[in-house]
Design a protein around this ligand. Structure first.
Ligand code: 5AD
Ligand code: SF4
Length: 506
């Protein structure tokens, strides 16, 4: 797996005038307005009712229900945010469509972390521009991490005047109100606050899967790794209270959810600012004691904060899946220092040792950046040797890319592009070599598979074992959402072909 993406989307600088947006008025809220945001959930429900009247009026005009699409460009946190956007739009009476070209409301939930994610957004905005010219009444909204960068918002305002609604990551809880404004006002609506004071609770959510769900436990990040834009666009860490999280998990359980993914930029520092402090391990234990939740996953873990208490809790509670995503970023202590990661190569290896001692079968996955400023051939070789020493089940590999405003962007000795690409290919080869053999280690065993979907190939369904590996096996779509014991007959690279035990020999 890797996120090296083709630079296939040229940033179309489009400065055409759009008649319907000429007189749009722009309001950017700064910090001083932050207190007015975070209105109560009841208020937001009031706005959903207002939005549904507007959607009904639109339906009468169109002669059909208006429809929407939400396109997600980012990580699991973004995906969860998108589920909230979908929930609000659905509860407001819009129907979901996969096809952007047909949607009356298009929302792009953007990302600034993944390589070229912003270029993809600009490229796709070029396409939307064409649609908007034919259908000026359509509503186009942009939100997510990119919108927290002032220079990007300025560029969009100037070059993409057909965008109707712009809001940031901290305004998500107010999406119902913003939707009402965008639907009813004949002006462009831009609302961005620079930090979150409260966390959004109880927005309606349209989940992608009925049987598994993400649950935000905290927002933001305090770590300031020198390459990373997240602390600037997602703000400082705020933890939700354990009570709010447990209530959400119980509600999901009552709704048929069997697998929970706890989400935060650095879940291991959960709970620090709470009135009644709680640790992540403590929270994990409380969630695992909720009956009916069969699987609990979490991401992401920063190695510097991963406590022995957490390793013990992972080993103690059977519901915690034996999979840990533990981004290492580099195998060189010198580079880790420049990255401001606060651990050494040796610390990381010792941590892996402690984890494997308690949970021998655990699957470890990681993130690795290649070509960080100052990375020498020797540093890079240390990354390759760390991969061999740890034995990751898979790794997300990233080419370092400058993020304006981060300390690394101003560092001297940026690595030449051709060197980075050559290293990237060697990195991929190294990751693949070990990972394939490691993934095959469950071959012949029978393991529980949570069935997620019908396979494109008729007669097959697809699910995951607790370690997160994908399994395809013969079965019908009635199995979706069920946990089925499956014998893992054959490993093909990073997935298995299996046979359900109950249907074995039938
Ligand atoms: N360049 C390359 N990769 C990055 N990541 C974060 N910022 C950058 C950047 N500027 C990677 C890190 C992180 C993952 C989510 O994205 O590996 O763990
Ligand atoms: Fe970015 Fe580092 Fe925070 Fe992860 S821990 S979100 S890499 S600053």
């Amino acid at each position: 797996m890797n996120f090296k993406q083709d630079n296939d989307a040229s940033a179309l600088e489009n400065s055409q005038n759009h008649k319907n947006r000429d007189n749009r008025d722009i309001s950017i809220k700064q910090n001083k307005d932050a207190d007015k945001s975070g209105e109560s959930a009841e208020n937001q429900y009031g706005y959903i009712l207002e939005a549904s009247s507007l959607a009904d009026a639109l339906a009468r005009k169109l002669g059909r229900r208006p429809c929407f699409t939400v396109v997600n460009f980012g990580c699991q946190m973004n995906a969860r945010d998108s589920e909230k956007l979908r929930g609000v739009l659905r509860d407001s009476g819009f129907e979901e469509t996969e096809n952007e070209d047909d949607a009356d409301v298009v929302i792009y939930n953007t990302c600034t972390v993944r390589e070229n994610a912003d270029e993809h957004v600009y490229g796709r905005l070029g396409h939307l521009n064409g649609i908007k010219e034919k259908h000026p009444e359509r509503l186009i909204g942009l939100c997510g991490c990119m919108m927290q960068e002032r220079r990007i918002v300025e560029k969009i305002k100037k070059s993409y005047p057909f965008v109707d609604l712009i809001f940031g990551t901290h305004n998500l809880g107010e999406f119902p109100r913003l939707l009402v404004r965008a639907l009813s006002e004949k002006k462009r609506v831009v609302e961005i606050i620079e930090s979150k004071k409260t966390v959004e609770e109880n927005l309606p959510v349209e989940r992608k899967y009925s049987f598994k769900s993400g649950v935000n436990i905290m927002y933001g990040c305090n770590n300031f790794c020198s390459y990373c834009i997240v602390p600037y666009v997602r703000g400082r860490e705020i933890s939700r209270t354990p009570e709010a999280i447990l209530a959400e998990v119980m509600k999901l359980r009552d709704d048929g959810v069997r697998e929970i993914m706890l989400l935060g930029q650095n879940v291991n520092s959960y709970g620090k600012g709470l009135e009644v402090p709680e640790t992540f391990a403590g929270l994990l234990g409380r969630i695992c004691r909720i009956s009916g939740i069969d699987r609990v996953r979490f991401m992401t873990s920063h190695p510097k904060d991963l406590s022995q208490e957490l390793i013990d809790a992972m080993a103690e509670y059977p519901a915690v899946c034996p999979h840990l995503h533990l981004p290492v970023q580099s195998g060189s202590t010198e580079i880790l220092k420049r990255m401001n990661r606060h651990y050494t190569r040796e610390d990381y290896l010792a941590l892996v040792g402690r984890i494997r001692e308690k949970i021998p079968d655990i699957s470890l996955t990681t993130d690795i950046i290649v070509g960080f400023p100052g990375e020498t051939e020797e540093d890079f070789k240390e990354t390759l040797s760390l991969i061999r020493e740890v034995g990751f089940d898979s790794a997300f590999t990233f080419i370092y890319s400058k993020r304006t405003g981060t300390p690394a962007a101003a560092m001297a000795d940026q690595v030449p592009e051709e060197v980075v690409h050559e290293r990237f290919d060697r990195l991929l080869a190294e990751v693949k070599k070990d990972a394939e053999a490691r993934c095959a280690r469950f071959k012949g065993r029978t393991m529980d598979v949570l069935v997620e979907e019908a396979n494109k190939q008729p007669g097959l369904v697809t699910g995951r074992i607790p370690n997160n590996l994908v399994v395809h096996f013969p079965g019908s779509k009635e199995l979706i959402g069920k946990i089925v014991p499956v014998r893992l007959d054959e490993c093909r690279g990073f997935y298995y072909i299996g046979t359900a035990e109950e249907t074995d020999g039938v």
